[in-house]
Design a protein around this ligand. Sequence first.
Ligand SMILES: *[C@@H]1O[C@H](CO)[C@@H](O)[C@H](O)[C@H]1NC(C)=O
Ligand SMILES: *[C@@H]1O[C@H](CO)[C@@H](O)[C@H](O)[C@H]1NC(C)=O
Length: 464
Amino acid sequence: MDVLTALLLLVHLIPVSTAKNGVSSKSRKRIMPDPVTEPPVTDPVYEALLYCNIPSVAERSMEGHAPHHFKLVSVHVFIRHGDRYPLYVIPKTKRPEIDCTLVANRKPYHPKLEAFVSHMSKGSGASFESPLNSLPLYPNHPLCEMGELTQTGVVQHLQNGQLLRDIYLKKHKLLPNDWSADQLYLETTGKSRTLQSGLALLYGFLPDFDWKKIYFRHQPSALFCSGTCYCPVRNQYLEKEQRRQYLLRLKNSQLEKTYGEMAKIVDVPTKQLRAANPIDSMLCHLCHNVSFPCTRNGCVDMEHFKVIKTHQIEDERERREKKLYLGYSLLGAHPILNQTIGRMQRATEGRKEELFALYSAHDVTLSPVLSALGLSEARFPRFAARLIFELWQDREKPNEHSVRILYNGVDVTFHTSFCQDHHKRSPKPMCPLENLVRFVKRDMFVALGGSSTNYYDACHREGF
Ligand SMILES: *[C@@H]1O[C@H](CO)[C@@H](O)[C@H](O)[C@H]1NC(C)=O
Ligand SMILES: *[C@@H]1O[C@H](CO)[C@@H](O)[C@H](O)[C@H]1NC(C)=O
């Protein structure tokens, strides 16, 4: 099957709204598994196209759903950057020709695209912690650089921002019209794609924001753990997890054969091809409807892609079962979750600061957080994935605060390990904040199975 056929298949698999991107808040995209349209077995091409997250498909979202007597107190948004150019090239092939400039007459388009570019060109270095101030504020290369955010990536986050604007600002009045700088908390890793994704979301959320009220902090670690990153036990879990991954790969003879065939086509040793992580580049071809590369020895094709992607899916399945990644995740996600509950607790005390927090991050950020929360069934973070924590106050019982957790618009609160059976025992529509706090302060270490009940001990456990 060629790329075009795959994309045509997508059109049949996912109902496509004809509404213009994000213009109508009534337009809906299917996100929850739908027995009618979702294939019963995991289809690698279908999974890959969900990962692309190609815009133009409007979206069903459950953010902000609450009984009328609940008041929204604060919102904490974790995103993966949008669609990007590959990080690796397939050796000895022409890299895909993708244009990373932002132009109106190219799809996908968003009505705020030109205004976004114009607003970004007015931005000043004062809004960014060093070294962010040396990064370009929007993608601008006629041939994308490695890892650069594409127009697709910008549109994805303009849409995310606009969706959150409609729900949190227009409907729930999270921020006053004259919001101030300290009501936002903005943090990003030091890559241009995360900074630009954060800016696109922020622009969709607060169009034409005042640059003087914006300050992006720089986060050096993809785990968002700066200051508390040192954790030897976490690294041991990671090494064991990598070993598991390696052994699974060795067992897959079809995968080895596929790498061998592809290596022959591009005329490099198999080892070199594998090291070039060809799936990353192939996904870019697929997401952008660019045919896979050819040489005079033949073409990389959809069958190769399917074998590698299928292996990736199997790898994720085994990863869930073996729990090594869970150990890594519980320790890796603690600092950012701890930071988040700290922010929530301050908001429950009536402080009006950091009511909207945005962390612009990577798949290797979101994935451990999902796993640590017990959301192991959640799909791997697609481009422009969003994970949101909402904090609510019951107006009828002002001392009670509750949280909702949403992943790509789906309410997953009662799938988390700290609130799994809550709704079976309680009629409350949300999870008590105490559950999340208890989990982050203590239970996530207990879940590791040792005797540690805090981060430091769990990170330094002997004899692990
Ligand atoms: C994919 O590209 C082909 C040309 O290579 C084009 O004819 C087709 O319309 C494109 N498909 C989609 C879904 O954009
Ligand atoms: C957790 O957050 C609190 C502040 O809310 C801080 O004092 C503490 O050091 C943090 N712990 C870790 C391990 O990050």
